[in-house]
Write a protein that binds this ligand. Structure first.
Ligand code: SAH
Length: 346
């Protein structure tokens, strides 16, 4: 690993100062900033409107720790999984999910995960480190490039549903989203970005205090405390009442509807008591429910519920005027679907 500074950790102001201190114009800083962010340059040689001398000086002082998209797999349904190598050799995965009208990027926020959801393959990898803002930005930018190349349109949505718990890497995901939404980055609307959390009340309150403009999704999976604690053991530290109160606070500050992600499993939550508990939880704040298909990770205790059980959920939720969508899995054949990201290709 190089001891030189990663140039992308500098703000535009700092870059401008660097050039002034080195006898150049501050304007040079703007040019380099544009290369780094709008044009996503991977090397200093790419910065063709700079003199050779300037490029040499940059090489002497800085590195660009750009991610390398090593290898990708393409699913039958068009979903593409990127295997992303970081500057220190660690690996994460991100996914491009195309539909007729849009392209969604599913990105990782950490290498591995410190949580212990029993149904998730990433939970089996121990958490190695947080991703820095650039590494998050680069995943999005790589998928945007692939979308332009393959589908002729830009990336339309981003979900933080890859590896890791985004709210345990709070500052970096916010910095990355700043860059993704700024005109000097990708200029995307925050309304098209969803951060998915396993439900950490303190950090949900922080999002509310920071008045973020992106969408919030919470992986609920059960409205019954004991059941949730069993399948997501870390949540023993975060009782459902605390989660509920943090979401009420979120809504009071942002007026933004919460999405609950919910998988229905045989013998775990495919019963009327579970449905009623979900309905009761949904009454706390305006919300919608995404019923997501279970992607098997070879855990015998977890088996996707029957269609009939899903239909029961849908009819009771709808009877209670709760918006419900059924989300079909994408990219299952290449282990790119929710909960399947586990660096199996290495
Ligand atoms: N840690 C964050 C984001 C990563 S998981 C979170 O928990 O929300 C993204 C989504 O995939 C979550 O809703 C998670 O509960 C769900 N998920 C995990 N494993 C899954 C699996 N095997 N099948 C379907 N969904 C899964």
């Amino acid at each position: 690993m190089s001891s030189k500074t990663d140039i992308r950790s500098l703000t535009k102001e700092q870059l401008r100062d660097f050039f002034v201190k080195n006898g150049d114009k501050s304007f040079r800083g703007n040019q380099v900033y544009e290369w780094l962010w709008s044009k996503s340059a991977h090397t200093f040689e790419d910065m063709t409107n700079l003199s050779l001398e300037t490029r040499k000086m940059l090489v002497e002082h800085f590195v660009i720790n750009h991610i390398v998209v090593d290898n990708f797999q393409r699913s039958k349904d068009g979903t593409v999984k990127n295997v992303v190598t970081l500057h220190d050799g660690l690996i994460v995965e991100s996914v491009l999910i195309p539909t007729n009208s849009r392209t969604t990027a599913c990105v990782s926020s950490q290498v591995g995960c410190s949580l212990d959801c029993l149904f998730c393959a990433t939970a089996r990898l121990k958490k190695m480190r947080n991703l820095n803002p650039d590494e998050i930005f680069d995943q999005v930018s790589a998928i945007n490039d692939e979308s332009l190349k393959t589908y002729n349109h830009k990336l339309s949505n981003i979900v933080f549903m890859g590896m890791g718990e985004p709210l345990m890497n709070y500052n970096n995901i916010l910095l990355a989203i700043d860059k993704i939404t700024s005109p000097e980055g990708l200029g995307m609307s925050p309304r098209r970005i969803t951060v998915s959390t396993s439900g950490i009340p303190k950090m949900i309150r922080k999002l509310a205090d920071d008045e973020v403009k992106f969408n919030l999704a919470v992986s609920l999976h059960s409205g019954i405390e004991e059941v949730r604690n069993k399948i997501m053991p870390f949540s023993k530290a975060f009782p459902l009442t605390e989660l509920k109160e943090s979401l009420e606070y979120w809504y009071s500050k942002t007026e933004s509807r919460v999405t609950y992600e919910y998988v229905v499993w045989k013998g775990i939550n495919d019963n009327r008591e579970a449905i009623d508990a979900l309905v009761a939880f949904c009454k706390n704040v305006p919300c919608k429910v995404n019923l997501i298909e279970y992607n098997s990770i070879d855990e015998p205790d977890f088996v996707q519920a029957t269609d009939m059980a899903i239909d029961d959920y849908i009819s009771v939720l709808e009877m209670n005027d709760i918006i419900v969508n059924v989300r079909r899995s994408r990219g299952k054949d290449i282990d790119a679907a929710c909960g399947q990201l586990a660096n199996k290709t290495i």
